[in-house]
Design a protein around this ligand. Structure first.
Ligand SMILES: O=C(O)c1ccccc1NCC(=O)[C@H](O)[C@H](O)COP(=O)(O)O
Length: 219
């Protein structure tokens, strides 16, 4: 697929340890996600996330992830952690996502029943979103499953930034980028040794594979 950008952004999600955050920054990732969704095994408390955020290098974004989280809880996280971006995974609408005064990403469920997958059908309800995360779960289900969806269902030539997510790993991210040419990629399970515990070697290999996919094709 043709690309409109020279570099695929990388977001690592579900980090729970300052050492993992520091290594991710050294490897050159663009954003780190902290999970506040109630059902998640990677959930961190706001005070813990504040310490993790302090481990970030300059110019690396902190993303706070929610799933149908009450507005007062989101506000508390915004106040204590100070994320650069919010990411919503549930049935939140555009008004809900915008009310916090922080730019947001909306996760789009690409699993489950196949409906109209044109850009308007996927993104049209979220004019205020800074970008999107195309994830493998079905509507109403949580993310972070480690399962991929059918990449062929991503419409070509998306006009708004979209991260490809779901089941990416060092073993498939190169092919995913070459097939979909997403604006960015997001990974959680594929760089873990256990839920919330990232594996340094898998993190390093993931970044290397993204960089390899970004090289111009040889003649
Ligand atoms: O990670 C979670 O536990 C989680 C829980 C509830 C909603 C979303 C969640 N994660 C979303 C992410 O951003 C993941 O990085 C994304 O779904 C990809 O996950 P994976 O397939 O494990 O790489």
């Amino acid at each position: 697929m043709e690309r409109s950008h020279l570099r695929t952004r990388i977001k690592f999600c579900g980090l729970t340890r300052p050492g993992d955050v520091r290594l991710a920054c050294e490897l050159g990732v663009d954003a780190i996600g902290f999970v506040f969704a109630r059902r998640s095994r990677r959930r961190v408390e706001p005070e813990q996330a504040r310490l993790l955020r302090q481990a970030l290098a300059p110019m690396v974004s902190a993303v706070a992830l929610f799933m149908d989280t009450p507005a007062d809880e989101v506000r508390r996280v915004v106040r204590i952690v100070g994320p650069h971006l919010l990411q919503f995974h549930g049935s939140e609408d555009d008004d809900f996502c915008r009310q916090f005064g922080v730019p947001y990403l909306k996760a789009i469920a690409m699993g489950g029943a196949l409906g109209d997958r044109g850009e308007e059908a996927l993104f049209g309800a979220f004019p205020g979103a800074s970008g999107f995360l195309l994830d493998s779960h079905a509507s109403g289900e949580a993310g972070g499953s480690g399962h991929a969806f059918d990449w062929a269902t991503v419409p070509a030539g998306l006009s708004r930034p979209a991260l490809l997510a779901g089941g990416l790993s060092p073993d498939n991210v190169h092919d995913a980028i070459r097939q979909v040419a997403p604006w960015g990629v997001d990974v959680s399970s594929g760089i873990e040794s256990a839920h919330g515990l990232k594996d340094g070697e898998r993190m390093r290999r993931f970044v290397e594979e993204v960089r390899r996919a970004d090289l111009p094709p040889r003649d």
